[in-house]
Write a protein that binds this ligand. Structure first.
Ligand SMILES: [Zn+2]
Length: 323
């Protein structure tokens, strides 16, 4: 529920909770209900070794260097540290954490902690937690509208899924074609690009998606990550575009009084990079409406668009780091 201030929000929620209990016997869970202040992400200090050693017990990094005592959240992180950076002596200057997975974890924690300094919304006398991001229906929604966060979240979930089925997906006993089909239905189309209709499809988002996808597929096909990024065996980005195009067609065919339709044509700016409407450039709304009315023509439009952007210089998307 959106609200202008914590006071009115508390009032509404308290009323809501009382009535829910009185009239429907429903209790609103304090733990599961969160408050999100819509504002920019708090600026936090750089990660120091002290931050890392002061992590709460359940978040401590598990992989410790036996020479210098630095800890890492992943086995890979520790391996890189040992191979490239470790000076071996306890007192030596420790390598920087900047840009590492550890850095991101610590910064995220700081951002979440900063939320405690904001005003609290209450239900009765119980305070709700403030959160910077909130996961709703499988989409992680940040308070500042950062378009990378929901995509990063889906990529993380996709890695989890990939891990679950790793044995099968990488099994040498199954042909590559079969494993690719499995990967597509288990991970790519069902998990990774879930909810992509609502993404802001900017270049960094495309990069993140292409990079996660190519890393996973390369594990299956044994082609290099770069090959999979350039000419993917399973093209996640193409699937995203198709899904968004279909969805745009659905909305354009809706009754013009529907909220979703009105949001798209009145509020969502056509020229903004990554917006749903911006994917079919250089067309007026009337032209789009006419095109969408004819389903076959609409599908053809996607194909023409694809041919026009062949490779949309996939090379330029490259394989940015995503994990
Ligand atoms: Zn070390």
């Amino acid at each position: 529920m959106p609200d202008a201030s914590t006071a009115t929000s508390s009032q509404r929620l308290t009323h809501f909770s009382e009535k829910a209990e009185e009239e429907a016997g429903m209790k609103i869970s304090i733990q599961k209900t969160k408050a999100q202040h819509i504002r920019k992400r708090a600026k936090v200090s750089d990660t120091t070794e002290e931050d890392v050693s002061n992590l709460p017990d359940d978040k401590k990094f598990k992989y410790e260097c036996d020479k210098c005592g630095m800890t890492y959240p992943t086995k890979h992180g520790l391996a890189v540290h040992k191979g490239r950076h470790c000076k071996g002596r306890r007192r030596a200057k420790k390598p920087s954490r900047k840009g590492t997975v550890a850095d991101r974890i610590v910064k995220r924690l700081k951002v979440e902690r900063h939320q405690d300094t904001y005003e609290k919304v209450k239900i009765g006398s119980d305070e709700l937690d403030n959160v910077f991001t909130f996961i709703y229906l499988g989409a992680e929604i940040p308070a500042d509208g950062d378009g990378l966060i929901p995509v990063k979240h889906r990529c993380d979930v996709a890695w989890g899924r990939f891990g679950e089925y790793r044995k099968t997906l990488m099994s040498a006993q199954l042909p590559v074609v079969t494993r690719c089909r499995l990967q597509n239905s288990l991970v790519t189309s069902s998990t990774m690009i879930y909810g992509c209709e609502a993404w802001k499809l900017t270049v960094p988002v495309k990069k993140m998606l292409n990079s996660t996808n190519s890393k996973q597929i390369s594990l299956i096909t044994k082609r290099t990550i770069h090959q999979e990024a350039k000419t993917p065996t399973i093209d996640a980005l193409k699937m995203v575009k198709k899904r968004r195009h279909q969805y745009l067609g659905h909305i354009l065919r809706m009754d013009p009084n529907r909220l979703l339709y009105r949001f798209l044509v009145e509020v969502s700016p056509q020229q903004n990079e990554g917006a749903l409407l911006s994917e079919i450039p250089h067309r007026t709304l009337d032209e789009l409406l006419a095109a969408a009315a004819d389903r076959d023509g609409w599908r053809q439009l996607l194909k023409n668009n694809e041919e026009a952007n062949v490779g949309e210089s996939r090379a330029s998307l490259g394989t940015a780091r995503s994990r």
